[in-house]
Design a binder for this molecule. Structure first.
Ligand SMILES: [Zn+2]
Length: 281
């Protein structure tokens, strides 16, 4: 009996330590706003820092059980880009500036508010890069193009926000591809098809389809207003189910229960608040 008690105590004492070595908790996400050296990007740096973008993204990641520390970083890169590499997500100030530059003066005919045009692509980009991070850190098998899987990871999480916020995020995300879908015909150099990412117009339709497939009612306007063709819409439920199944099988074991509840608590900046104006430069 004493031996059993000893074993029990030994197990209890060791178990948390083993668990801690395997998977840490969300305070395992670090953040860093690297100050740009060029004065040109200083307003972007100020905007991103004052909006507490990294703190807000980090708080969305609380339920993720990561095996090592993940750094979310913003910095000047000399190009409009974002990427994940070796435990670090980097989003460039040039990327934020591009998004900021394209914020409409007023709410668009499709109902995208200036705030949504800013927030949607920022959240989507961070979650997309975090998608790459978790595929790497959790050694998740990805069948198909990783860029598509990262887009789906992001969309799946955005759809866990409450329906109104999810609609804003999805429309804001779709807005970043608007130039590629406004005209009925697109002409691109053939080499564009060699890109690892899907074409912007495909990413546009994909994100609308996944949203509509997740729950028709709040996203019915996508089909009614013709943003998403009926032919594609009819299969979106199946497409969403496939993503949800993969997420559940491959990713959920690494995530604390209550991810959806956590994300539903998350509030975006009010849709009717105007983002700070970007000065032309
Ligand atoms: Zn990517």
């Amino acid at each position: 009996m004493r031996y059993v008690v000893f074993l029990l105590l030994a197990t209890l004492a060791l178990a948390p330590r083993f668990a801690a070595a395997e998977e840490m908790h969300a305070d395992s996400v670090d953040i860093e706003y690297v100050a740009p050296t060029s004065a040109k990007l200083k307003p972007v740096y100020d905007m991103v820092k004052n909006a507490r973008v990294l703190q807000r993204i980090r708080s969305m990641l609380i339920p993720l059980k990561l095996p090592r520390r993940l750094l979310l970083k913003t910095e000047a890169c000399g190009k409009d880009d974002a990427w994940y590499e070796a435990g670090v997500v980097t989003v460039c100030y040039e990327f934020f500036d591009e998004i900021w530059k394209n914020v409409p003066e007023k709410t668009t005919p499709r109902g995208v508010t200036p705030m949504d045009a800013l927030v949607g692509p920022i959240v989507d980009t961070f979650l997309h890069e975090v998608g790459h991070a978790v595929f790497d850190l959790w050694k998740v098998p990805v069948l198909g193009r990783e860029e598509d899987a990262a887009d789906f990871f992001s969309a799946y999480l955005m759809l866990k926000f409450n329906k109104q916020e999810a609609h804003r995020l999805i429309m804001g995300t779709a807005y970043q591809y608007r130039e590629h879908v406004l005209k009925p015909k697109v002409t691109v150099p053939v080499v564009e098809f060699a890109d690892q990412h899907a074409m912007p117009a495909q990413r546009y339709y994909n994100v609308l389809c996944i949203a509509y497939g997740s729950n028709e009612a709040p996203f019915r306007d996508f089909v009614e207003k013709g943003y998403l063709p009926k032919d594609r819409a009819s299969d979106c439920r199946d497409e969403y189910e496939q993503i949800a199944y993969a997420f559940d099988k491959l990713l959920s074991p690494h995530i604390e229960p209550g991810l959806a509840e956590e994300l539903q608590l998350h509030q975006l900046p009010p849709a009717n608040r105007k983002p700070m104006r970007r000065q032309a430069r």
